[in-house]
Ligand binder design. Structure first.
Ligand SMILES: NC(=O)c1ccc[n+]([C@@H]2O[C@H](COP(=O)([O-])OP(=O)(O)OC[C@H]3O[C@@H](n4cnc5c(N)ncnc54)[C@H](O)[C@@H]3O)[C@@H](O)[C@H]2O)c1
Length: 335
């Protein structure tokens, strides 16, 4: 089997330890990757004087595939979020955030299997026109939705649904109030839906969607929505299956893809060997599926499911008492 080079960004806080778990598991599963390690975030700022060093950008571009730990963006003026910068720089327009129920977690529901497809480059997070008035008493920001941006993300969601044998796509919007931006998104979603008669199409206002996700999560399959709504809804979905420790995310563009955990660098638990590495392990499973390595993806997923279901060597957030190391070791043994 030929080797494939992957860029790995351990990141900040709990990042290095959960990335170490994921890489050990990829190796044990026989994925045959070679890794180019690169820095970004607070650690890069401290060691290289730059949150996003040029070499890191080059490696992301060169290898095309990146596995990334969470990054800390220093609070204060002058620093834009590194994650937002990366998504913009590489035009990673498709943010795929799947959640599924795992037996053995203390989640409120069983049998949840929802994928949120979030537009990653436009909307309220495009950062356009952010300003405060001189007196500081008013503030404004601009939300930009384009027909091109909306079309490519809605098509992306339907293509994903078709590829994965999904039944339904729900377009989530607020077109009744935000008539220009959400209105354009909904108009495009309706046009694209006509091209996919094999898949059921549904539309839902974002507030109603939140209520329905909490009350009837089993009714959802694939959700497609704009940037801000997708960010919030996907965390809600993570809450349905046991929290942020169980939520991976893929950022997909034409020339690069970055796979990561949805959660942040968790500075409150960094260095304590208690972080749950599952999110980043699930992100590496997304990466394997993206690379067409479904057999490896399934082997790792089965091992993770098995360890969590057994419950005796899981991390605290999953109700166990094992450390990151021991939980990882349990998965390695299953593999
Ligand atoms: N993708 C990213 O790189 C990303 C995403 C979100 C936040 N951040 C950054 O992370 C930093 C911390 O943000 P925050 O505290 O708001 O959110 P966070 O997600 O880091 O932590 C929220 C809570 O969840 C817990 N938690 C998170 N991941 C966990 C895991 N794997 N196992 C067990 N518990 C876990 C933390 O201990 C904390 O109590 C900030 O600098 C923020 O900008 C980065």
């Amino acid at each position: 089997m030929s080797t494939r080079r992957i860029t790995v960004i351990p990141g900040d806080g709990i990042g290095p330890s959960i990335i170490e778990s994921a890489v050990a598991i990829l190796d044990k599963a026989g994925c045959n990757f070679e890794y180019d390690y690169a820095q970004a975030g607070l650690c890069a700022l401290e060691e290289e004087g730059n949150l996003l060093p040029e070499r890191t950008l080059e490696l992301i571009e060169q290898n095309g595939i990146t596995l990334k730990g969470p990054l800390t963006t220093p609070v204060g003026t002058g620093f834009t979020s590194i994650n937002v910068s990366l998504r913009k720089q590489f035009d990673l327009y498709g943010n795929v955030r799947p959640v599924r129920s795992f037996k053995g977690t203390k989640a409120r529901y069983e049998d949840i299997d929802i994928i949120t497809v979030r537009e990653n480059t436009e909307g309220m997070y495009s950062g356009v026109g952010q300003k405060r008035s001189e007196c500081g008493d008013s503030a404004e920001a601009m939300s930009v939705i384009t027909r091109e941006g909306a079309t490519r993300i809605v098509k992306f969601a339907y293509e994903l649904a078709r590829r994965e044998g999904r039944k339904k796509v729900t377009a989530v919007h607020k077109a009744n109030i935000m008539k220009s931006t959400s209105g354009l998104f909904l108009e495009v979603a309706r046009e694209v839906a006509k091209q996919y008669p094999d898949i059921e199409s549904e539309e839902m206002i974002v507030d109603a969607c939140c209520m329905n996700l909490v009350m009837y999560p089993e009714r959802f399959d694939v959700i497609v929505t704009t940037n801000l709504f997708g960010d919030i809804l996907s965390d809600l979905c993570a809450g349905l299956v046991g929290g942020l420790g169980m939520a991976p995310g893929a950022n997909i563009g034409e020339r690069a893809a970055i796979f990561e955990a949805v959660h942040g660098s968790a500075p409150d638990i960094a260095g304590k060997n208690i972080a749950n590495p599952t999110s980043v392990i699930l992100a590496s499973i997304q990466m394997l599926e993206y690379l067409g390595m479904e057999d490896k993806a399934k082997a790792i997923l089965d091992a993770v499911k098995d360890v969590i279901a057994t419950g005796d060597r899981t991390t605290r957030d999953l109700g166990g008492s094992a450390g990151t190391d021991e939980f990882t070791q349990a998965i390695l043994e299953r593999l």
